[in-house]
Design a protein around this ligand. Structure first.
Ligand SMILES: [Zn+2]
Length: 198
């Protein structure tokens, strides 16, 4: 930089005039700006995992999930032909997915029995969420194909999203970010614990 002082500087220092004053109470270096920070180290798991391409059962998280414990996979209930799991990428706390065990992509691929159980589990999930979280509304739906918005198009899953008045804030609009005020493990425990009492 033209006009900047030469010579060694501490690593990370910018050398600009006035930066020496930009320290916090711990006298750590930093340059304040107008942005707030949400510190979300737990999201590193998603960043490291990346957006894997799901092609078959072996790379499919919905196929792998039932092989692990409920706690590890965030499963809240296992049915005969389908199971209910928390979405790792929740729109709201308690965002559930109802999935057939079979690795099939389309709603037209499921059998009559699977269709009936997916419907029954969806209804029951709504009753449980009403009991545990008292939402004022729900969004239910299946995104079909990547064009239809499915994150994992290869394995059918029905979204159940509890809604509360005012739950949409500016984050998703300006920053593609959702603030979720509860951990997945806590929410799983609440819903799984209430499943057989409703
Ligand atoms: Zn699958």
């Amino acid at each position: 930089m033209a006009g900047a002082p030469s010579g060694p500087r501490p690593e990370g220092a910018t050398g600009a005039d006035g930066d020496a004053e930009a320290t916090d109470d711990f006298e750590l270096p930093g340059v304040p700006d107008s942005f707030q920070r949400l510190w979300t180290p737990y999201r590193m798991a998603y960043i490291k995992a990346g957006q894997q391409q799901v092609t078959d059962e072996h790379s499919c998280p919905f196929c792998r999930a039932p092989e692990r414990s409920d706690e590890e996979s965030l499963i809240v209930h296992r049915g005969e032909t389908a199971f209910v799991v928390l979405n790792l990428f929740p729109y709201n706390p308690g965002h559930l997915l109802v999935c057939p065990y079979r690795h099939v992509p389309n709603y037209t691929d499921v059998t009559v029995e699977e269709t009936a159980e997916i419907a029954a589990l969806s209804q029951h999930a709504m009753r449980v969420l009403r009991r545990t979280a008292n939402p004022s509304g729900f969004n239910l739906g299946m995104n079909q194909g990547t064009t239809g918005g499915a994150g994992i198009a290869a394995h059918l899953h029905q979204h159940i999203v509890p809604r509360w008045g005012g739950d949409g804030n500016f984050f998703p609009i300006i920053a593609q970010t959702k603030a979720i005020p509860a951990t997945l493990a806590d929410v799983r425990e609440q819903i799984a614990g209430a499943w057989d009492t409703v």
